[in-house]
Design a protein around this ligand. Structure first.
Ligand code: HEM
Ligand code: HEM
Length: 192
């Protein structure tokens, strides 16, 4: 008999929480750096590019672990539209975790700007120099950053709804340390 997994693997949970901190930091660093005319613009951009590259690498590792380990099933009694919303929003979060760094890298490449990270590491250009491409990618990086933020807010609201209202084990599945509360166990048994 195949045991049903109730939690994401420890590696998936570690990646989820480390990346959550990094991505939230990136959104604030991004907005902070473009709203300052102080000399700290330069180190902030450098941190932004470096952390963005780290996020890209972690997101790709995370994608591999997602294919390898899969995900625990959602509770059987969760209404179908909520299951669909969860699935679609997870696809969108993955797309943004990978897409945002690529857009940032692409827009600097299209501006023929050297993409220099912390420690003097240079990333190669991934696109040819082009003003129209640069504008397009810059706009995409700008607007998708806000869409990312909005999606994260909805994602956090949904996580809190599962944890505080439904007590259905969905939060426990991704909790940094498994919580194993009694209500959760009862729900899972019912779902099995
Ligand atoms: C998850 C990854 C990323 C997120 C969430 C993110 C988010 C942001 C945000 C919120 C802004 C400010 C937009 C504005 O208000 O104008 C921004 C600007 C910027 N980002 Fe990113 N970014 C990411 C990755 C990257 C990467 C990897 C690079 C380059 C290698 C990059 C390069 C830039 C640059 C150069 C700007 C400033 C544009 C300007 O000064 O006008 N970003 N980013
Ligand atoms: C800030 C950036 C965040 C991103 C990009 C993000 C992304 C994701 C993604 C893509 C998943 C799907 C699971 C997977 O396949 O890896 C997920 C699951 C989950 N996340 Fe987040 N997350 C973030 C923050 C948070 C926060 C702050 C919370 C809690 C308050 C949270 C709670 C959860 C929970 C409970 C699940 C499991 C949902 C399920 O099993 O369907 N996440 N997250």
């Amino acid at each position: 008999m195949n045991a049903i997994r109730h939690h994401f693997s420890p590696l998936q949970r570690l990646l989820h929480w480390v990346m959550a901190i990094c991505i939230l930091a990136m959104l604030f660093i991004g907005v902070g750096m473009v709203s300052t005319i102080m000399p700290k613009y330069v180190p902030l951009v450098s941190i932004h590019k470096t952390l963005g590259a780290v996020i890209l690498v972690l997101a790709l590792i995370r994608l591999v672990t997602r294919f390898y380990y899969g995900a625990p099933p959602l509770p059987a009694d969760l209404p179908e539209p909520m299951k669909l919303a969860a699935e679609l929003s997870h696809y969108a979060l993955y797309a943004l975790m990978i897409g945002m760094p690529l857009l940032g890298w692409g827009m600097l490449s299209a501006s023929a700007y050297p993409v220099e990270l912390y420690g003097g590491i240079y990333l190669p250009a991934i696109l040819p120099q082009s003003d129209s491409l640069r504008t397009l990618l810059w706009n995409a990086h700008f607007y998708l950053a806000f869409a990312f933020f909005a999606l994260i807010l909805m994602h956090v609201a949904a996580a809190l709804f599962h944890a505080l209202v439904r007590h259905d084990g969905v939060f426990d599945a991704m909790a940094p340390v498994p919580i194993h509360d009694e209500a959760t166990r009862v729900e899972y048994k019912a779902a099995e």
